[in-house]
Write a protein that binds this ligand. Structure first.
Ligand code: ZN
Length: 69
């Protein structure tokens, strides 16, 4: 397999190497973007162990939320 790329194989999203990088990009987009759907938050991806941006304000059905007991 090739080395980790800038893009996630699972989500096809831009991959950030850590939380700080993702937050920086998130803020940049929120400042610049004029679209309705701008990323709202960042999350750590289990598949690529990187970080992605999402426009979902809350966890959807396809995302694992906080562990419930
Ligand atoms: Zn990923």
């Amino acid at each position: 397999m090739s080395r980790a790329s800038e893009r996630c194989n699972v989500t096809r999203k831009r991959r950030f190497r850590d939380h700080f990088e993702a937050i920086k990009a998130l803020h940049r987009l929120q400042e610049r973007s004029t679209r309705d759907t701008v990323p709202q938050r960042v999350y750590e991806c289990d598949a690529c162990e990187g970080w992605h941006l999402t426009s979902q304000k809350v966890w959807g059905e396809t995302q694992q939320g906080p562990t419930q007991r």
